[in-house]
Design a protein around this ligand. Structure first.
Ligand code: FAD
Ligand code: SF4
Ligand code: SF4
Length: 466
């Protein structure tokens, strides 16, 4: 094993220069080389109590996989991660590690934590790029389960059930599998080929993917049970229904929900100059919101030709929900932050098109129910931002279609499917997990919920058939 590396800082990860990358859709960061990964892995102290693991929602066995990197057994390191996380190449890139595994790393006390996410990404990329993977079809046990949605929740539930021998069919409303991983998170953060690889692997192992199938419209959950012989259904349909601001002018031509804007860019390939995707290539754009989705929209706007791209956010940097790395990357690329600012109207031209966004400055008052200080308008501080495209990225809720077409499914007042800890819903045989249950959250929490539900579905079917 190599000597321990006591450097207080992480091995740097190479990335494209900010002003170059802001004009292309190629991945921003290049990932570690083998030498870099070995150097970073040597920073891990192999702590006996493994505090980092408690920060990972699916308990990846972090010190074990890092030790296997040091032994240069990357295949074994990959298998170790896959025991609990089906999407290491994805999570290594997009997990908010600073609030999860890396937050608990003891190396973070006197310096920077071990770069667990970068190492996870290295292992997954290395094995994908250097091994000829020939997945074998799992043996089927004759029991059928349907999975609604092919995002991280659906993929992980389907993967685990297929490994247990179930015949799994995933129903996906879009033309491609992967959920937000393909239509939401942009190419420059998570290249589509990585997600496609994961979906292909699953299909090669025997999971069937039915695309362009909207459950609730093309087929109902009752039909899945009664006509198609499924014994259980997992609903991982996400939270794709955009929330709007309810301000005047929001229906102007040139106002997009972030969901639509990013889908046009990612799934309809506006990022690829060979495709003639209907999307505005505006120089002056305002994105409303302060989460990852807002950062992704603003950085996409830059890459589509934006010169003055503004983030309009009603609180300050301290309260911003986006990952700090994404905020930092957006700043480096030239996004203009209008913090403590709230939009009050979209200005419309004679043809109903956007000609500006009227905003008001805010200041932080007393804490609200969430514990964060409530933003309050500063009287007389109204001003206009000169833009012709506005992207609204202030949140999403689950789509009510499944609830409205499935009897006996209890949902919350904002549309989240109610489940117990195992993912079981109010209706026997129907399980749910991911954003459809929690509202917009994270890739790894959705994947974790899919895994928990797979175990519960197995138990349910075993008991039913006993
Ligand atoms: P989804 O990924 O939404 O997948 C649900 C799937 O179900 C979709 O493919 C949808 O088309 C399909 N579907 C919906 N209804 C039906 C139906 N009736 N019939 C059939 N199919 C249906 N998380 C992170 O951890 N890190 C990040 O950096 C990050 N960045 C993000 C950036 C953006 C722009 C967005 C939108 C989200 C981001 N997230 C991030 C959040 C993360 O992507 C989600 O929490 C996660 O994808 C949720 O997984 P899911 O499987 O529950 O749902
Ligand atoms: Fe960290 Fe995410 Fe990997 Fe867990 S899955 S170890 S939280 S990067
Ligand atoms: Fe390694 Fe940090 Fe985990 Fe300790 S806490 S085992 S140093 S990754």
């Amino acid at each position: 094993m190599s000597t321990r590396n006591m450097s207080p800082v992480k091995v740097d990860m190479p990335s494209q220069e900010p002003l170059i990358r802001a004009k292309n859709f190629k991945e921003v960061t290049h990932g570690y080389t083998e030498e870099m990964a070995l150097e970073e892995a040597a920073r891990c102290l192999q702590c006996k109590h493994k505090p980092c693991i408690q920060g990972c929602p699916v308990n990846v066995q972090i010190p074990d996989f890092i030790r296997l990197i040091l032994e240069r057994d990357y295949q074994a390191a990959n298998e170790k991660i896959l025991e609990t996380n089906v999407l290491p190449a994805v999570c290594g890139r997009v997990c908010p590690q600073e609030n999860q595994c890396e937050k608990y790393c003891v190396r973070g006390i006197k310096g920077e934590s071990v770069a667990i996410g970068r190492l996870e990404r290295f292992v997954a990329d290395y094995v994908r790029d250097n091994t000829e993977l020939k997945p074998e079809k799992y043996k089927m046990n004759g029991n059928k389960v349907a999975v609604v949605g092919s995002g991280p929740a659906g993929l992980s539930c389907a993967g685990d059930l297929a490994r247990m021998g179930y015949e799994v069919t995933m129903y996906e409303s879009l033309p491609e599998g992967g959920g937000v991983l393909v239509y939401g998170i942009p190419e420059f953060r998570l290249p589509n080929h990585i997600v496609r690889h994961e979906v292909r692997q699953l299909r090669a192992k025997g999971v069937v993917l039915e695309r362009n199938m909207v459950v609730g419209r093309s087929i109902t959950i009752d039909e899945l049970f009664d006509k198609h012989g499924f014994e259980a259904v997992f609903v991982g349909s996400g939270a794709g229904l955009p929330v709007f601001l309810g301000i005047p002018g929001e229906n102007a031509v040139g106002v997009y929900s972030a969901n639509e804007y990013l889908t046009r860019s990612n799934l309809m390939r506006a990022y690829d100059s060979r495709y003639d995707t209907p999307i505005r290539h505006s120089k002056n754009v305002a994105v409303v919101g302060g989460g990852n989705v807002a950062m992704d929209s603003a950085r996409t706007a830059l890459r589509l030709g934006g010169e003055n791209v503004h983030i309009v956010y009603r609180r300050s940097f301290d309260e911003m929900p986006a990952r700090s790395e994404e905020v930092h990357h957006a700043q480096e690329e030239g996004v203009i932050f209008e913090n403590l600012t709230n939009p009050i109207a979209v200005k419309m031209g004679q043809q109903g098109e956007v000609i500006g966004l009227t905003c008001i400055r805010m200041e932080l008052g007393e804490p609200d129910d969430s514990g964060r200080r409530r933003p309050v308008p500063v009287p007389g501080s109204e001003f206009d931002i000169d833009v012709d495209t506005v992207v609204i990225a202030v949140g999403t809720n689950p789509n009510p279609l499944i609830k409205s077409t499935t009897k006996g499914l209890e949902v919350t007042d904002w549309g989240g499917i109610v489940t117990d800890e195992s993912g079981a819903t109010s209706r026997p045989g129907i399980f749910a997990g991911g954003d459809a249950v929690t509202g917009a959250a994270t890739v790894i929490s959705a994947a974790g919920a899919g895994k928990v539900a797979a175990a519960a579905i197995d138990k349910y079917i075993q008991e039913k058939n006993a």
